[in-house]
Design a protein around this ligand. Structure first.
Ligand SMILES: Cc1ncc(C[n+]2csc(CCO)c2C)c(N)n1
Length: 213
């Protein structure tokens, strides 16, 4: 098996990986045709796990065994806590989603599942397990975003959701996460496979849930 460890993980997560990156939501997003209520529901749910995500990222920063990835992950934490947060607030304003309607919507099953998985991974204090979940959350998003046609939707809510997940800094981040998981994962292969596979299944269900009311 000459393939990179992360490529083995990705292949083992099929068919869910392919189902996620070619999901109806992705096709509609690329065409700029996601219905506003679907986009609103999706972003409300997505914003819910920003907190757990930052805790997971913090756990990666704390457990990395080298300074270089710690610095890279630290810079990324700054982006997530800054620009990414601003996007959500601008998108909610454009979609007419106010705080009360956000608060009134319960967590979808996939949202609750993600929060639990991120916290479980963070609590292992195992860099390889933590990276497995982070790698899915970033790499799977880069994969679908890179499939977008050259002409982006006019609607900034949809266009920026694509460019947030496909830009030079984000590609570099995914390269770091994959490189780190390739390096430290093989020693704990079974643990990595378990977290990676569960995360990919949740990514697919998360898209499904945007259409379920
Ligand atoms: C369901 C779901 N899965 C993955 C991502 C991707 N993602 C999660 S946090 C983060 C960091 C900021 O860019 C990114 C890219 C998402 N947004 N929603």
């Amino acid at each position: 098996m000459a393939e990179r460890f992360t490529e083995q993980l990705r292949q083992a997560s099929e068919p869910h990986w392919s189902q996620a990156v070619t999901h109806r939501f992705v096709g509609e997003l690329h065409a700029g045709r996601v219905a506003p209520e679907v986009m609103g529901r999706y972003l409300i749910q997505d914003y819910r796990f920003l907190d757990s995500f930052l805790r997971l990222l913090g756990a990666a920063i704390a457990t990395a065994d080298r300074l270089e990835p710690r610095l890279r992950l630290g810079r990324f934490a700054g982006v997530v806590a800054g620009e990414e947060n601003t996007y959500f607030l601008r998108a909610f304003a454009a979609l007419g989603v106010d705080e009360r309607s956000r608060e009134g919507m319960p967590d979808a099953a996939s949202t609750a599942g993600f929060k639990a998985l991120m916290e479980e991974a963070a609590e292992t204090r195992c860099y390889a397990a933590i990276l497995s979940v982070l790698c899915v959350a970033e790499w799977l998003y880069l994969d679908w975003a890179m499939r977008a046609p050259a002409s982006l939707p006019e609607d900034f809510v949809q266009a920026e959701w694509i460019t947030l997940h496909d830009n030079p800094a984000f590609r570099d981040l995914v390269a770091t996460l994959r490189g780190e998981l390739d390096r430290v994962g093989p020693e704990q292969a079974a643990l990595c496979h378990d977290f990676f596979r569960r995360a990919v299944g949740l990514e697919k269900r998360f898209f499904d849930d945007a259409y379920a009311d």
